[in-house]
Design a protein around this ligand. Structure first.
Ligand code: G4P
Length: 525
């Protein structure tokens, strides 16, 4: 590719994640998008994969059991002249640090909310990571084919709970069985749920925002109610500020129903008008790598083990930040300065894993890895060293005490822990005095994967004893008195030997703060 072709390809990329609480409809909306992109022919394909009916023989047991698949981790398709990469952020028990790190590899996010439930815990957590990155976030209020909460109520919840401004791009005309359509402010039209002419579901609004006087909807009281609400948001709501969208300070909100495919395509089209092209990336030495620089660079944000236990192979997921990837190219691994040939690569489609020949900034590629890569590693071609900024560490919420089942096998136990911790698969702590090992994770699956990999890759059978949910708070070592520890606030140290308390709950933390008002506690290092 020459420079102009490369820039053209990069500018076509739109790379985003869909964030939501389990069951809000992420899979359903993803599937609709894939249908528009012509990638799947039938609704239900992604779903089938999710529920495990797409078994592939060579996946690790735990993958099969959970129905997590590499192929559905990244989905690529073309739509409207753009090449779209959707990165999956798994929910339920699959939730892990990987889920958070995936958000480091996207340029924007779509937040799907179940309109009957509003903001749920996982949505909030994922939203906060996106907010921290300052990337655009678009909201889809789903399930309006069922009775939902009042739209105004939903908007104020988003504003109050998430601390972001909202701008409704459209407005539901009724809800549930009474859903007549959407008042589309952005496209200045009404989209009907049951149009007389299937091929033309839209009615243009006149300059006063009205539909034609003879349209049956004009006689329906819901129409006037909708107009009143739209008038209210026009008068009292925020304006559509593109700068605020770009920094994630304002989220455009869409209403619809993924299941009945109502409002989804309009959402996708409008979203793609605003979704940013691949962004530039900062390096450790504060220089900027531009997405359309011709020299290849990227970073590893996720490592997925273990496709084939016999070969201990893993896939390292790379977000390309600049230049063009060509299969077989030579790159340098920033951390070690070692040269590596990238001959074994894979790209991700909705229903197949394919060998990728070329890819550009914005794309995600998978590299088969035999232990060279760690999460956060940078790779680059060219002579100038590129090391991207470190990926953030996320404070774990779940903890277990861990030990080797067979005390005679300490060596493999320690080796396994050391390597997996270094890879970023799990967080390690030790109790302050006895040096017992304590593991921390953001989701239960991380422990299970850890246990599985210890056994399969290091031949180390482990015993884990749950300590349950804890709140981790670091304490200034100068202020530490070991007598402050109790069963409700365990004193441990992290890998850098920094002391922290694991509080049993908010109550225990507040009690501690009341007792030691001068002691500073921080949630992150
Ligand atoms: P997730 O990936 O966010 O976990 O959610 P998913 O798409 O799997 O959807 C969760 C459930 O919500 C599914 O029902 C799905 O059919 C339903 N759903 C998704 N979007 C809508 C919508 O717009 N309206 C309504 N009414 N329901 C919706 P399920 O019974 O759990 O699964 P299934 O057996 O029906 O597939």
């Amino acid at each position: 590719m020459n420079n102009a072709e490369l820039a053209n390809e990069v500018n076509k990329r739109r790379t985003f994640a869909i964030i939501s609480h389990p069951d809000a409809g992420k899979t359903t909306i993803t599937e609709q998008m894939l249908l528009f992109g012509g990638v799947v022919r039938e609704a239900g394909t992604v779903k089938a994969k999710k529920s495990g009916t797409f078994a592939k023989s060579d996946w690790m047991e735990i993958e099969k059991k959970r129905g997590i698949s590499v192929t559905s981790s990244v989905m690529q398709f073309d739509y409207d002249g753009k090449r779209i990469n959707i990165l999956d952020t798994p929910g339920h028990e699959d939730f892990s640090e990987d889920t958070y790190r995936t958000l480091m590899a996207v340029d924007s996010a779509v937040m799907v909310i179940d309109a009957a439930k509003g903001i749920e815990p996982q949505t909030k957590k994922l939203f906060q990571i996106c907010k921290m990155r300052g990337i655009p976030i678009f909201t889809f209020m789903n399930k309006f084919d069922r009775d939902a909460r009042e739209p105004l109520d939903l908007l104020s919840e988003v504003e109050d709970v998430l601390g972001v401004e909202t701008y409704p791009m459209n407005w539901p005309i009724g809800m549930g069985r009474g859903l007549k359509g959407l008042y589309d402010r952005y496209n200045h039209r009404v989209a009907l749920t049951h149009p007389e002419d299937e091929n033309n579901p839209y009615i243009q609004l006149d300059k006063d925002g009205q539909i034609p006087a003879d349209h049956p909807l004009r006689q329906d009281s819901i129409w006037q109610e909708t107009l009143d609400e739209v008038e209210l948001i026009e008068a009292a709501g925020n304006s559509l500020d593109e700068d605020k969208i770009a920094t994630g300070d304002l989220t455009p909100v869409f209403f619809g129903s993924a299941l009945t495919n109502f409002g989804v395509e309009t959402f996708l089209q409008t979203y793609l008008n605003y979704a940013p092209k691949p962004s530039n990336h900062k390096t450790l030495d504060e220089s900027i790598i531009k997405a359309n620089d011709t020299v290849f660079s990227g970073f590893i944000f996720k490592i997925q083990a273990n496709m084939n236990p016999q070969h201990r192979d893993r896939i390292a997921f790379v977000r390309i930040c600049s230049g063009e990837f060509d299969r077989g190219m030579d790159v340098t691994l920033g951390r070690t300065g070692k040269g590596i040939r990238l001959s074994n690569s894979t790209q991700f489609m909705a229903d197949s894993r394919e060998i990728v020949e070329t890819a550009v900034a914005g794309d995600i590629i998978g590299l088969y890895d035999t232990g060279n890569f760690q999460i956060g590693d940078s790779i680059y071609s060219g002579k100038n060293k590129v090391e991207f900024e470190k990926l953030p560490q996320f404070t774990p919420e779940l903890f277990v005490r861990v030990m080797a089942k067979n005390v005679m096998k300490q060596k493999s136990f320690h080796k396994g822990i050391e390597q997996l911790v270094q890879e970023g698969a799990i967080q390690l702590y030790r109790s302050y005095n006895s040096n017992e090992y304590i593991l921390g994770a953001v989701g239960q699956l991380q422990f299970e994967v850890f246990q599985f990999r210890m056994l399969n890759e290091y031949n180390s059978e482990i015993v884990m004893e749950s300590l349950g949910h804890k709140t981790a708070r670091w304490i200034n070592p100068d202020q530490l008195d070991e007598k402050m520890a109790s069963t409700r606030n365990l004193l441990v140290k992290d890998r850098q030997d920094a002391p922290l308390f694991l509080f049993e709950n908010k109550f225990a933390e507040n009690w501690f703060k009341g007792k030691y008002p001068d002691v500073e506690l921080t949630s992150k290092l």
